[in-house]
Unconditional design. Structure first.
Length: 236
């Protein structure tokens, strides 16, 4: 009965969480696709480790199971150098295999300020201001929008992230990973190859009592639509 209660609780919890309109592994940009591939790669490594552990567990349980009438004891060994080297080297190799692409992806997606200064036509810079409990977005022409972010689909987007009070975290799961927004330091984030559509964003760092309300909507439109929106006098 207790098992059934636990299963019911877990099923209900998963059902409630699945109702959330924020999907982490549903990439809608080149940046998010690369990050998602890295996540899938790490899942594959973890799956291989899990399968290996369960196979070894099954073999050991089967080999050394208690058999009626059996009184012999397994040979006790100590200081098996081969085994010690094996379970030391394998984790190091696995971590290296995962670390190399992670470092490459991290540095390849870091904004290059010199490159952006030379090629401003293909780059849109947006100042992101976070405060309890809302987001403000300042565009190149000085226009400001609050809790609604507008982006052109065929441009490289560079966000300049700053907080007016406490630590926040800028996150649009469909477009890329989360980046901390700090009160005394500017962090940057670059996103490329965004698909048109509407995506939900949020603060991913607990920042106060109304943290859950600190969300925003991202509208990715064509360049013409983006320019038309920028030209409107209203800053709402």
């Amino acid at each position: 009965m207790r098992v059934l209660k636990n299963v019911f609780f877990i099923t209900t919890l998963i059902s409630l969480l699945s109702a959330c309109d924020i999907r982490v592994l549903n990439p809608k940009s080149d940046t998010a696709s690369t990050q998602t591939d890295l996540i899938h790669f790490s899942f594959l490594i973890m799956l291989l480790v899990l399968i290996t552990v369960f196979v070894l567990l099954f073999l050991f349980v089967r080999k050394y199971r208690d058999i009626s009438g059996r009184h012999d004891q397994p040979v006790q060994t100590k200081g098996n150098k081969k085994l010690e080297w094996t379970w030391t080297i394998i984790p190091i190799v696995l971590l290296t295999i995962l670390a190399v692409p992670t470092v490459i992806v991290t540095y390849s997606q870091s904004p290059n300020s010199e490159a952006h200064e030379k090629d401003t036509k293909d780059t849109v810079h947006i100042q992101v201001k976070a405060e309890q409990f809302s987001w403000s977005f300042v565009y190149d022409n000085g226009k400001v929008s609050q809790d609604e972010l507008y982006l052109p689909s065929d441009k490289t987007i560079v966000f300049h992230l700053q907080s007016n009070d406490v630590i926040h975290s800028f996150w649009v799961p469909s477009l890329g990973g989360k980046v901390d927004v700090l009160p005394h330091k500017e962090n940057t984030m670059e996103i490329k190859g965004i698909e048109t559509g509407t995506y939900q964003g949020k603060c991913a760092e607990f920042c106060g009592t109304d943290h859950t309300k600190m969300r925003f909507t991202t509208h990715v439109v064509t360049e013409n639509e983006f320019n038309s929106w920028l030209d409107k006098k209203s800053n709402k």
